[in-house]
Every structure is written in C-alpha cells, then in structure tokens.
Design a protein around this ligand. Structure first.
Ligand SMILES: Nc1nc2c(c(=O)[nH]1)N[C@H]1C(S)=C(S)[C@@H](COP(=O)(O)O)O[C@H]1N2
Ligand SMILES: [Mo]
Length: 549
C-alpha cells in the first residue's frame, strides 16, 4: 500500500489550488499593471507580443475568422491556456514543488517578455509580471498548506484515517512533542497542515482577493483613460473652414453608403490589443531624424497652429474586393508639409516614418507630399479623434493605404530613408510603396438578396483617391456594361457614390458586376488579386435572386 502522510493532498485539491494561484497571478498582474501609465497588464503585453510575431497567414486567418474580435479571442485564449498551465502546476506541486515554482517563474518570464514589447518600454514595466509570478507562488504555497490531507478525502469506498501518525512514539521535551518526522518528498515545501475547512476558507478568501485585485486593476486603469482628456479638448476653427458638402454628392438610393462615414461606423484596423490611452497633457510629437532642427510639439502648441479641413477617403490594404475597410471623413489638422518645412528636410532623406506610442510604424515617400491632402489630424467629422481612431493625433494622407501612412496615436515623425528603415508591415512582407488601387463596390442589393422583378435599384461607391472617378459601369449577367449615374464629385480624394436602375429584371438568378474608371481614363483592373502584398484588385460581382411576391 502506498504510504499516505499529512502532506499528501488530493489531486483535485492540488489542481484547484493551482488554478486559484494562476488566477491570483493574473489578477495581481492586472492590479500592479495599473499602477503606472507606462506599465500594462501582462496578459495584454503577451497578446501584443503574439500579435507582433504571428506569421502573416495566421494573422489574416485570425482577422477573417474573428473579425475585429480577434484580439478578444486571443486574450481569452491566453487566459484559458494560463488556467490549464496553472492547474498542471498545482498537480505537479504535490511531488515536485520546485518544478511547480519554476513553472510560475516561467509564467512571469513570459509576462516580462510581453512587457518589453512596446518601443520605449521602461525597465519598470517588468514589475507587474514579477509581482504576478510571486503572487502565484505564494498563493499555491498557501493553498496547498490549507488543503486537507488526502487521508481525509473519501476515495472510493475506503476512507483512510491518519491513525499511523498518532501511534508514532514521540520523544517529549517539556510539553512539546519533538521530532515529528518532517514530511518527506512533496511535503518539504508545500507541507500541508490543512483541513477541509481551512481549505474552503482559504479558497474563498483567495478567490475574493483575486476578483478584487483584477477588478480594482481594471478600474484603476481608467485613471489613465484618455476619454476624459478627450472630452476636454475643444477643436480650433480651421483657418478657412470647408463648406458643407453639397447634397449632390449623396445618393438617394436606399442602401448606398452615406457620403461621410460616421465615426461610430468607421472601420477600425490596428494591432493594438488595448486602445492606447493618451492624455493630451502627456502627449508630445517629436519630428526628428534627417532634419535641420528637431521639433517637439505639445498638444496645446499644436492647437495654435494653422489648421485645415480636408475630406479624404481612407482605405485599408486588407480590404477585399467588395469589403468594408474604407470610409470617408472630414479631417481637421496641420498639413504635414508645414511641419516638415519647419524642421527642414535633408535632401538625401526619402521616407517619412510615423511611430505610435505602442511602437507601430508606417512609412511613405516624402515625395508623396506633392500637394495632395496630407495631415497630422486631430479632428474627425467635427470631433476630436475618437480613441480608437488615434486620439490625440494621427496621420492621414490621400491616395496611399493606411498601413504606410495613417499612424494613429502618433508620437514621432522621423525623416529617414527607405534603405535605413522598414516599417511594421513592410518588415512582414507587404510592399514599401502602397498607392490605393481604384475600386468600386456594390452596396445594394446585397449578395444573394431576393429582389422583386421589374426595376431594381443598384448602387454603391467607387474610389481612386488623388485621381478621382470619371465613370462607373454595371453589367448584368453577360450583357454589355452600361454607365451608372454618378453622384457629384466632392473632390478627387473622396469616393464617389453611384447608382443605376436596372429595368426589366426577370425572375431567376442574376449576376451583377461593377467596374470603375478613374479620371485619367484608366479602368479598374479586372485581375483578381488578394490583399497581400499591395492591395486587392478585381471587379466586384454579386448574385441576386429576382423573385415575384
Ligand atoms: N498605431 C497604429 N496606427 C495604425 C495602425 C496600427 O496598427 N497601429 N494600422 C493602420 C492601418 S493598417 C489602417 S488601414 C488605418 C486604419 O485607421 P482607422 O482604424 O482609423 O480606420 O490605421 C493605420 N494606423
Ligand atoms: Mo490597413
């Protein structure tokens, strides 16, 4: 028979202790991570580190599969993996307490790795992970000590009692029993002096503390929330306010996009696990690199500069044909050209790099600042930038995809060369140069929609930023392409709405195809290409079911 002793606790109690210890570790990480605006939750840090490292194909899969919830899924995945790992460490602790402590230390090391991900991470940022690891070990120790010996746990039909211990002859000095054999093996560290009662109370206590720490940490984080800072910003008036867009740019066909995309509906794409929280008082933009003189601008100083308003359609390179990763807004900001002129650009420099607080970078040719709208933007559709869209400042440049230009939460503009630096997505294989491809999209009817025979209203948007759209054509099945009606053009940097009444739609399944022509007379490429490495191309086609009744 296997010898039992007081420190031999049940497997399930050990597993449960491990899980609680893991929960405490994570909770302490959340709490301590909220003590400083430059620290972060280890879970978030690790998620960020993973996002930065996954191969492109896996990442695309994540985005496709989970949409913008991919980050949430990742965080949940990390939590589940942590719980499983902690459970295993709990079980291991019964026999090999040092190994289990090592496991918690490894846990902390992973957190430390995550904490050092953002550019400019301070050495102090490892503290939340260290505290988490220590908290985990301490909790495991406490729980295992509180756990009842296995002998008190009913296993099957047999209940062992701890009578052996009582029959041991103990030398007595004074009133104290001396020399009770120290528990061996598992007992040396996680020596159980527990009982079921003690274990229950400890569990409840630890769970409450963990929950309080995690919630407290989350709540404390909001001290550094940018939301209130944003509410206090009042946007300056532009030097020459833009007139409201004329009604002619909109469409009266139901289902076609609004000309301006509301901030709430504007697509969001970035690698940030948590929206960076920047308080304007802590914000500064540094313009440096190959410049005559480095410039630092605070938010207050920025507000005093000459502001312009510009209507620009922003597009993501990951937008698939017919996709929704594009939107139009009225942006308010300072022309990038003004800022660079002030800094004085070295003629040998050819790349302007934007760097965000979280270390993300973009880069595009300085020559792109050729007169097209290109802003350091602080306002979007009449409001300060929403937090998810880069508060307090971001870059917006017409005609090039967001990944090379549209740095949100920007803190640095660096004048450099393409030889010297590859930006975030360029390092991951995407093209260095990324002009937006001419595209057209059918907004209505929806793919596989059922529509009544007769007249079917078709409509959507088309874009060719910096050039403009001169024609949109629609094809039904294999018929000829017919010109759609174009809404008025606001400017060459925004999309153009279009519509067409398809007369005499007959019952059955039909294909609708759209293609645009830019203002230079160049027809949108028919060749199908995936977004990687420089943007999708191809004509959008949908199928509709024409059905009476
Ligand atoms: N800091 C930061 N800025 C970023 C990104 C990012 O991952 N991090 N993604 C870029 C990409 S790929 C695009 S398409 C645009 C999207 O801007 P939006 O989220 O405001 O629509 O932001 C750009 N700016
Ligand atoms: Mo993008």
């Amino acid at each position: 028979m296997k010898p039992t002793n007081s420190h031999d606790i049940s497997r399930s109690a050990a597993m449960f202790s491990g899980i609680l210890a893991g929960a405490v570790a994570i909770a302490i990480g959340e709490l301590v991570g909220s003590f400083s605006s430059t620290w972060q939750s280890p879970v978030v840090g690790v998620a960020t580190g993973i996002i930065d490292r996954v191969p492109r194909s896996v990442k695309d899969f994540g985005v496709e599969k989970f949409g913008t919830n991919d980050k949430l899924a990742l965080v949940v995945g990390i939590l589940v993996a942590s719980v499983i790992f902690a459970a295993v460490l709990g079980v291991i602790a019964r026999r090999r307490p040092l190994v289990s402590m090592g496991g918690f230390a490894a846990f902390a090391v992973v957190g430390i790795w995550g904490s050092q991900q953002p550019v400019g991470a301070t050495p102090g940022a490892i503290i939340p992970s260290l505290a988490a690891g220590a908290g985990g070990i301490a909790t495991l120790w406490l729980m295992l000590r509180a756990a009842p010996p296995r002998s008190m746990v009913v296993t099957g039909t047999k209940t062992t009692t701890e009578t052996d211990a009582e029959t041991v002859q103990v030398p007595v000095v004074g009133d104290e029993p001396q020399g009770i054999p120290e528990p061996v093996a598992a007992g040396s560290l996680f020596d159980s002096a527990g009982s079921r009662r003690k274990f229950l109370f400890s569990s409840a206590g630890v769970a409450v503390i963990a929950a309080a720490a995690a919630t407290g940490g989350r709540a404390l984080r909001t001290r550094f929330s940018a939301a209130s800072s944003r509410r206090n910003v009042s946007l300056p008036r532009p030097a020459a306010p833009l007139a409201a867009a004329p009604a002619g740019v909109t469409s009266n066909v139901v289902g076609v996009s609004n000309f301006y995309t509301s901030n709430a509906d504007f697509y969001r794409i970035d690698t940030a696990v948590e929206v960076p929280q920047i308080l304007v008082d802590n914000w500064e933009l540094r313009i440096h690199g190959m410049v005559d003189k480095e410039i630092r601008i605070t938010f207050d100083e920025l507000l005093k500069r000459k502001m312009v308003e510009q209507d620009i359609t922003l597009t993501c390179v990951s937008n698939t044909v017919g996709g929704s990763l594009t939107g139009t807004a009225r942006w308010l900001g300072v022309p990038l050209k003004d800022l660079l002129d002030e800094a004085g650009v070295d003629p040998r420099a050819d790349q302007l790099v934007g760097r965000s607080v979280d270390g993300w970078t973009s880069g595009f040719p300085i020559a792109t600042l050729d007169g097209r709208p290109a802003l350091l933007a602080i306002g979007m559709n009449g409001e300060p930038l929403p937090l998810e869209h880069g508060f307090p400042a971001r870059v917006i440049v017409s005609g090039i995809y967001g990944y090379v230009s549209a740095t949100k939460w920007i803190t640095e503009l660096e004048v450099t060369t393409f030889d010297a630096f590859d930006a975030y997505w360029v390092k991951r294989g995407w093209d260095k140069l990324a002009p937006i491809k001419t595209q057209s999209r059918i907004d209505t009817p929806r793919t596989l929609a059922k529509v009544a025979p007769g007249t079917v209203n078709i409509g959507g948007v088309a874009w060719a930023q910096t050039v403009g759209i001169s024609k949109v054509e629609v094809q039904i099945d294999d018929g000829p392409f017919g010109a759609a009606t174009l809404a008025d053009e606001l400017n060459a940097d925004t999309w153009r709405l279009w519509s067409m009444a398809w007369e005499g739609a007959t019952p059955g399944r039909h294909r609708i195809t759209v293609r645009a022509t830019d203002a230079n007379g160049i027809v949108q490429s028919e060749e199908r290409a995936d977004p990687f490495p420089n943007g999708a191309s191809g004509w959008m086609s949908i199928l509709v079911e024409v059905k009476a009744g």
